[in-house]
Design a protein around this ligand. Sequence first.
Ligand code: LLP
Length: 381
Amino acid sequence: MAFNIDLIREMETPFYYYDMQLLDDTLQAVNSNIAGRPVKVHYAVKANANPGILKRISTAGFGADCVSGGEISLALEAGFKPEDIFFAGVGKTDREIRQGLEAGIGSFVVESLEELEVIARLADKMNRTARITLRVNPNIDAHTHHYITTGLEENKFGIDMRLLDKAVNFAVCNPNLDLIGLHFHIGSQITTNEPFVVLSERVNELVSRYRAHGVNFRIIDLGGGLGVDYDDPDANPIPDFKGYFDTIMANLKVEPGQQIHCEPGRSIVAQCGSLISRVVYVKNGMERKFVILDAGMNDLLRPALYGAHHKIQNLTADPDSRQEYYDVVGPVCESSDVFGQEELLPETHRGDIFALRSAGAYGESMASRYNARDLPGSLLV
Ligand code: LLP
């Protein structure tokens, strides 16, 4: 990722800086790996819904995976075609379901029998047919942080395999529902291909079992989850899409006419974004030195919420200055407002400019106004 430091110096901080060339290269890497394969990629809007980013992604030919009426509106404004929008989430409200039906979205990704019944009722009232993808909880451990693992029976997501027959029957028999596929999402920031092998095997079993009973699925949606390198973003700016798609295509039995969908979020946008911040104070404690930034947990929540670590860089320090250990913190009144402890950094001064790297995914989109702070701005370069 390249920084235009002259431009950055002129900006008020904090803000998100996006390297649009890296985003384009990442989108291109995805597209070249799915070319000639029956694969369609729906970008998970929750990772980053910045309008400029969404527009680039829709222009590259991707669909959108949305989880709220608000995300559907943003996706439509950014130019995603309604039929390329899938709508997931365990708590879709009646209003959101009507919005989806009105817009003619590609599919509702249904997470319970209860939701299926409500969609059928609303579709009937509106004289529409709702395309349905059933989200299955495949009970697979994705070996990732417990806050972002979603495919275990204890999680709230998806339909338990033991209830799936009932949901399939209901959907097949209802004239207002068109059952088009099955959906799976096992977790996020998955850094080995093994969970995707296990998932593919689970999908094969299910698909062939239903096929034997005369139910064919046009779409198999594998969700998102491919991880990124937070430790060394410059060594691995573009995730291993080849490994990911090769693994899926080698392990999944794709039936003729079937389309494989996936919903990457983090792997598309994480590395092209950094949170840029100025040093407000370098505070000398008795035991530690603190770098206090003007960006806090309200701007980038991942460290406080998941104990995540984003690589910290001083963009303006003299590279030849001696290195020191600093705790890098934000200004918010919470002890968890910490970006890094004992970070080895060049000698740092008030006014220096810092970059918190790999922050393009779940950074700006999770920002809040806690402590009545402004939302971070953004710069697309
Ligand atoms: N599809 C579904 C149904 C999902 O729930 C998610 C993410 C994705 C796709 C995209 O997954 P990705 O490719 O980004 O791993 N805020 C957390 C991540 C939460 C992910 C939630 N679901 C974080 O900052 O790590």
